[in-house]
Design a protein. Structure first.
Lengths: 77, 327
């Protein structure tokens, strides 16, 4: 079963996050805990870890854009 | 601190079972929130598992707990069923408060979790009220009130502890001192060297223990519970501990010096307790079975929470006042 990667809520009042950069390419094999993308919110930029081990499928590839918390941006299969 | 006798084998297994459930739950929450699968504000508890597990192992299910929003460890240690808790964290109808309390307000009287508050220090007067009721009704219950080091700078702490001592209420004030109040190091904003001193200043029986040591923490907890049940009054326990993650998920904890964090991680109470079990001849297979069972409970609870429905819209009229508000 694929594990979803959605824009996380990482602050008390965070409602949107900017997908700054994918740190691994589409289709790459990633391991759980590996940093896979950088997320910007109003306070900071942080690297977000992969929730699972498997093949990364990037759904949203446009970086530098704001997305709402909960937006599906990729999956791990 | 180090001359405490090792707790009995059964007690240590009990504490480990609770603490492992907490640790695995915390990891799973952080993973699911990090992946955006749950969109909630979360206050990590990794590092503080043993404090509450040892405390709650010393009380009964009927005894009361009042805790604060970094409370997952206290709530699970007290015995809230994981499914009910996860559903409430996710804001679902099947949760302990029908999804209307959320992670900041976990309440489950069936297991004695009377209230979780969202304001630092605000649980102390509430705990006094519960303990006063027990004293008047002579029901033999004790109330455990959990808070952090930062709460001891709040007026309610000083007023509440004073009153509890004057009335000799059956309450245990468990200060889980993780050395940081939100993003502020204790020494920066706290005038006394210890929280224990503050209890002593109010004439209260006060102890300071290594909360990350299961046997030492359990001994202090048991003694305080017996003292309260015998009608002698409250105890302040200052339990030294540490939190391994930021104040809330998304806070990277950059204000914690690297060396301090490194040392704290070396003193991680979980592998230490696990090793203690092995040392007293609990088999690796038995420990692994506890961990596997906890994982199963958590996986099931997490899936249940994801699948469960949100409360319907008209729920806003119910549980607010004693009577249902008209539509």
């Amino acid at each position: 079963m694929a594990t979803e990667i959605r824009i996380p809520k990482l602050g008390f009042s965070m409602e949107v996050g900017t997908l700054a950069e994918w740190l691994v390419p589409d289709g790459a094999d990633v391991t759980e805990g590996q940093e896979i993308y950088a997320l910007e919110n109003d306070k900071s930029t942080q690297e977000v870890e992969s929730p699972a081990t498997g093949k990364l499928k990037i759904i949203v590839s446009t970086t530098g854009e704001e997305y709402p918390v909960g937006e599906l941006i990729g999956t791990i299969e | 601190m180090s001359d405490t006798q090792m707790a009995d084998k059964d007690v240590l297994i009990d504490i480990f079972t609770r603490a492992d459930l907490i640790m695995q739950s915390d990891i799973k929450f952080r993973k699911m929130i990090g992946a955006g699968q749950l969109q909630i504000v979360y206050y990590p508890v990794r590092g503080q598992e043993v404090v509450s597990s040892a405390m709650m192992a010393a009380v009964n299910q009927e005894d009361y707990l009042v805790t604060i929003y970094r409370g997952l460890h206290d709530q699970l240690a007290k015995g809230i069923p994981s499914k009910d808790l996860w559903a409430e964290f996710a804001g679902k109808m099947a949760g302990t408060c029908k999804g209307k309390g959320g992670p900041m307000h976990i309440t489950h009287p069936e297991t004695g979790v009377m209230v979780t508050t969202g304001i630092v220090g605000s649980g102390i007067p509430i705990a006094n009220g519960l303990a006063l009721a027990s004293q008047l009704e002579k029901d033999g219950k004790v109330t455990v009130c959990c808070f952090g080091d930062g709460a001891s700078n709040i007026g309610a702490f000083h007023e509440g502890l004073n009153m509890a001592q004057v009335w000799k209420l059956p309450v245990i004030f468990l200060c889980q001192n993780n050395l940081y109040s939100e993003h502020t190091p204790m020494a920066f904003a706290t005038s006394s060297d210890t929280i224990k001193q503050r209890g002593e200043g109010l004439g209260m029986r006060s102890v300071r223990v290594n909360g990350n040591d299961a046997s030492e923490m359990y001994a202090a907890a048991k003694e305080a519970v017996e003292y309260a049940r015998a009608g002698n009054g409250p105890t302040l326990i200052e339990a030294m501990t540490f939190r391994f993650h930021g104040h809330l998920l998304g806070d990277t904890g950059h204000y914690i010096p690297e060396a301090e964090m490194e040392q704290a991680l070396k003193d991680d109470p979980m592998p230490i307790l696990r090793q203690q079990l092995l040392d007293i001849q609990v088999s690796e297979a038995d420990i692994a079975a506890i961990e596997a069972k906890n994982k199963e409970i958590i996986d099931e609870a997490a899936q249940f929470a994801l699948d469960a429905p949100y409360p319907p819209g008209d729920e806003y009229r119910i549980d607010v006042l004693d009577v249902e508000i008209a539509a």
